[in-house]
Write a protein that binds this ligand. Structure first.
Ligand code: HMG
Ligand code: MG
Length: 303
């Protein structure tokens, strides 16, 4: 089996990780999280979300967060932008990359962004155009690519349809999201292979939530079909407020532990990451969801 020698990790904890927290996480904590992550070696950090504060109050301080971080050279700080209002705010805040986010399920699209899939593409058009003009990279996220909390199964054709529409918009990286963490490895491999028939693998990312404990297995299955970009969240934080029952993203510590164990380069300092996972868990008053994070933290503190 040939595996990639290096993987690009997109750390999504400052956005996906925190957006679902009930209690408001102080802006200074968000800023410190991002700074710690860039110090640990992340080159890609999803730092903010310029959505309606009525819909997701936790992300209301995106402008202050982006203004407060210490920007490290070469690091891409990305932000979610559902419409032009979000794009203008992201541009003013100095985002290096924007994320338009749609879905492969009509029911989820309605609940998450209050419009149909077709309407969302129409909304994304001016955003994509403005991003191209401003020279900002565009990611396109496709939720419920492997199952929907409202519609159940998602067929591959629905995902490919959104991929094609986003290709037409000039999207540069396609985030294939298992929003509710229901996928299993062979299903994941089949979908990733189908996407890879349309888009080069260096433009496809796997975004796996770990609700059913399948995320690492799904990453391994994706690696086997040549995918080498993955999203993860330190301490396994996360969840979407509009995806009933969905828990956090796959924990970054677990992903890095697995990849390093396989001899795959990530550029991440695992010790520093583990400390950050312990720190943010303490800040939000919850135990970590990372198995490797917990084990390594205990081992470190015993010795
Ligand atoms: P809407 O209500 O249909 O929009 O919401 P609207 O254009 O009618 O605007 C209504 C109000 O929102 C107006 O304010 C606008 O100004 C304001 P009002 O006049 O009532 O005071 N507004 C905004 N404010 C700030 N920034 C903006 C913005 N846009 C409108 N950008 C909208 C449509 C898309 C805005 C709304 O549905 C929304 O914000 N949804 C966000 C949902 C969200 O953030 N979900 C979580 C992120 S996606 C995710 O987690 C999945 C992912 O991780 C992948 C996976 O795991 O599947 C990416
Ligand atoms: Mg997500």
């Amino acid at each position: 089996m040939v595996f990639p020698t290096a993987v690009k990790l997109v750390e999504v904890s400052p956005r996906d990780g925190l957006q679902n927290e009930k209690n408001f996480v102080d802006t200074t904590i968000k800023i410190e999280l991002i700074n710690r992550l860039s110090q640990a070696g992340f080159q890609n950090i999803e730092a903010a979300s310029f959505v309606s504060p009525k819909w997701v109050p936790q992300m209301a301080d995106g402008t202050q967060v982006m203004a407060g971080i210490e920007r490290r050279a070469g690091v891409v700080y990305s932000a979610l932008t559902p419409n032009m209002q979000g794009f203008e705010a992201a541009l003013a805040a100095g985002a290096n990359e924007i994320v338009i986010f749609g879905a492969a399920s009509e029911a989820f699209s309605q609940r998450n962004i209050n419009c149909s899939i077709a309407e969302s593409i129409t909304r994304f058009q001016p955003v994509a155009q403005a991003a191209h003009q401003a020279g900002i990279r565009i990611r396109g996220s496709i939720s419920c690519a492997l199952g929907c909390p409202y519609q159940g199964e998602t067929d591959i054709a629905s995902v490919l349809d959104v991929v094609r529409r986003m290709q037409d918009l000039g999207v540069q990286e396609f985030d294939i999201a298992d929003t509710i963490g229901v996928a299993t490895p062979l299903k994941t491999a089949r979908l990733m292979q189908a996407v890879a028939n349309l888009v080069p693998t260096d433009r496809i990312a796997g975004h796996f939530h770990d609700t059913y404990g399948q995320a690492l297995a799904n990453i391994l299955a994706s690696l086997q079909v040549g995918i080498h970009i993955f999203h993860s969240s330190v301490a396994g934080l996360g969840g979407c407020p509009y995806a009933k029952g969905a828990t956090g993203n796959v924990a970054t510590e677990d992903v890095v532990y697995m990849l390093h164990g396989m001899g795959i380069h990530t550029g991440i300092d695992l010790d520093s990451l583990v400390q950050t996972g312990a720190w943010i868990s303490e800040q939000i008053g919850k135990p970590t969801n990372s198995r490797a994070g917990r084990a390594l933290f205990l081992k470190h503190n015993e010795s």
